[in-house]
Design a protein around this ligand. Structure first.
Ligand SMILES: Nc1ncnc2c1ncn2[C@@H]1O[C@H](COP(=O)(O)OP(=O)(O)OP(=O)(O)O)[C@@H](O)[C@H]1O
Length: 308
């Protein structure tokens, strides 16, 4: 059985003057998935979402959102979607609560108490005037607004931008709950680790094109991490013998400064577990594992995409 698609695009294109912001995007997002779009600045993520929401019209190609063409879906389609725009402009003397009431009036059914429950979870005061809210608090209000009516589809443009780590964790919990309820989530980020925590599937966008679509599990297998470990009581020879046995290790460099410590720097491709187990045999004075680098991972996926 094939799952119904929440989102589908075929050869979607959008040009701004000479800029091809979207250059033939083909995507299929099954209903009920948490689908992430990653890509560097200017890749076209915001443009894609704005076309899907009919904020702007495509120059070419087709899009279907919850089975409808966004250009003709109108308010009935819009009510089934929760949208967090990339650049959220919230100004004025209206309170967060009044603004949410206004949105609730447009979007239809909202469970009583939903706004307060969501605001409390994200740590947002709904009685403040929106114009006085900090960037992070505006982002929280944007999230409450998107989740408020439990829409079938959530389209979230860089949802964690401006949120502190604790609020980010709460947001991830909201996403999991949305997925468990069967809602579809389409979110963008330029942080790979965030997509990995939140999403089941990921598309990599670059220069307006989908470079590859992958499950997050598959992506994890190809993740690159840079590791620097300072080890004590071991010779370079001894360390080299053990470290070269780590699966996925490359670019190993050993330097004996400052003595008596030995600094080992290397790259791990794929699971990190073998590395952790190998290092456990040493006295580890320092350990730095850098997040998988988006650019490197994207390049790798790009390469895989070409050879597939
Ligand atoms: N309204 C517009 N007018 C002119 N050019 C635009 C407009 N909107 C987007 N672009 C251009 O289209 C390209 C894609 O931009 P877009 O904002 O979709 O990328 P993005 O992946 O969301 O990037 P970011 O992470 O920086 O927000 C960029 O080159 C951008 O300058």
């Amino acid at each position: 059985m094939t799952l119904p698609l929440a989102l589908e695009t075929a050869a979607l294109g959008k040009t701004f003057g000479r800029t091809r912001a979207l250059d033939g995007v083909d995507l299929a997002v099954p209903a009920g998935t948490v689908f992430g779009v990653i890509g560097p600045n200017g890749a076209g993520k915001t443009t894609l979402m704005r076309v899907l929401l009919d904020v702007i019209r495509p120059s070419s190609g087709e899009a279907r959102v919850l089975g409808s063409d966004p250009r003709t879906g109108g308010p009935a389609l819009r009510r089934r979607i929760g949208y967090l725009p990339g650049e959220l402009r919230l100004e004025g003397r209206i309170t967060g609560r009044a603004l949410l009431n206004y949105y609730a009036g447009i979007s239809g059914e909202v469970r009583p108490g939903s706004a307060d429950r969501l605001a409390e979870r994200l740590g947002l005061d709904l009685d403040r005037r929106v114009g006085t809210l900090s960037k992070g608090n505006k982002q929280k209000l944007g999230l409450v607004q998107a989740f408020l009516h439990e829409p079938e589809l959530l389209v979230l443009d860089e949802p964690t931008s401006g949120l502190d780590p604790i609020v980010q964790q709460e947001f991830l919990a909201l996403l999991r709950e949305a997925r468990d309820r069967g809602q579809t989530v389409f979110l963008s980020s330029h942080v790979l680790s965030e997509i990995q925590q939140a999403a089941t599937d990921v598309a990599v966008l670059r220069a307006g094109r989908v470079i590859t679509v992958s499950t997050v599990d598959a992506l994890r297998q190809t993740a690159i991490r840079h590791v620097r470990a300072e080890l004590e009581g071991v010779t370079a020879e001894g360390a080299r013998r053990v470290l070269t046995g780590i699966p996925g290790l490359s670019a190993l460099e050993l330097s004996a400064t400052p003595s008596p410590r030995l600094t080992a720097s290397f790259t791990i491709t794929g699971p990190i577990d073998g590395c952790v187990k190998a290092l456990a045999g040493f006295t580890v004075a320092e350990l730095v594992v850098e997040e998988p680098d988006l650019e490197e991972s994207v390049l790798r996926l790009y390469h895989d995409g070409e050879t597939r």
